[in-house]
Design a protein around this ligand. Structure first.
Ligand code: NAP
Length: 246
């Protein structure tokens, strides 16, 4: 099988490794957003395809049998493009998406909102020392919070001048419980904002916030387009590749 893995996640890296091991021809695709990304084994290409048309042409030119969209649950644009392009050229598409935190034992305590702007509004009613873990791309949504301490954790530095009252912490997970708890306590955080990224690597903050009585605001995932085969683990993705659609 010739497989294109749309990546940028730990699951995509694991999948590429397993595909290489089992002898499939795999190319991993990265958007090129972060500096020094963790690279999967096997061949890697970097950069956008040029929308649906570009991706469709790429699939045909390179003779792919299958695309596994293992991008982040919030990377909705590339997911939509993959659905359209694979549908157009008749290439199998599997969406690999790790389980979200809507099934987390503490999910009922969280304030769930539809987007980052709604998270800002919800958090304003709750606390004054927020911890932002909603990612670098939409950090500017919180620019008006220039009158308070804000702890913002990002992989790469913001590309705009954040208010001087903010603390920007550059880090890449995993984030263990003890360190998360210490961070929340030492900064006297009183509201945590996050996206429903799911996965174990960034989950400990939810338990730490609960144990410290810090409310949590969670941005819901964008929906997966209808008609796409969704799997939640690398093992399921391996089984689905090449299988006839149900
Ligand atoms: P996005 O908004 O869904 O996509 C925007 C454009 O970036 C796409 O239209 C595509 O450009 C290009 N692109 C995205 N992922 C690509 C990939 N894997 N390979 C080649 N081109 C890609 O994506 P995003 O939210 O900016 O995420 C970009 C990357 O970061 C993804 O690979 C994702 O897995 C990773 N990531 C995202 C988040 C997040 O919170 N969004 C968090 C962690 C990691 P063209 O239209 O030109 O093809």
């Amino acid at each position: 099988m010739r497989v294109l893995v749309l990546g940028g996640t730990g699951e995509a890296r694991d999948l590429a490794g397993r595909l290489v091991e089992r002898g499939d021809a795999v190319v991993s695709s990265l958007a090129g957003r972060v500096s020094a990304p963790a690279l999967p084994v096997g061949e890697v290409r970097t950069g956008g395809f040029g929308g649906v048309d570009g991706l469709a042409e790429h699939l045909v030119t390179h003779g792919y049998d299958v695309v596994v969209d293992a991008t982040h649950p919030f990377a909705a644009q590339i997911t939509g493009n993959a659905v359209a392009a694979c549908g157009r050229v008749g290439v199998q598409l599997v969406r690999l998406q790790r389980p979200g935190w809507s099934r987390h034992p503490l999910a009922g305590e969280f304030t769930w909102v539809d987007d980052v702007e709604a998270a800002r509004v919800a958090a304003e009613g709750v606390g004054v020392r927020p911890f932002l873990t909603t990612g670098r791309q939409q950090l500017e949504t919180f620019a008006a919070w220039d009158d308070r301490y804000v702890l913002a954790r990002v992989v790469d530095p913001p590309d705009w001048a954040v208010p001087s009252s903010w603390e920007v912490l550059r880090a890449r997970g995993p984030y263990p419980y003890a360190a998360e708890r210490e961070l929340l306590e030492s900064r006297a955080v009183d509201v945590l904002l996050t996206k429903d990224s799911g996965g174990a690597l960034t989950e400990a903050k939810l338990g730490a916030a609960h144990d410290l009585g810090v409310p949590v605001v969670v941005v819901r995932r964008p929906p997966v387009p209808d008609g796409v085969a969704v799997v939640e683990s690398v093992g399921e993705a391996l089984a689905a590749i090449g299988a006839k659609p149900a």
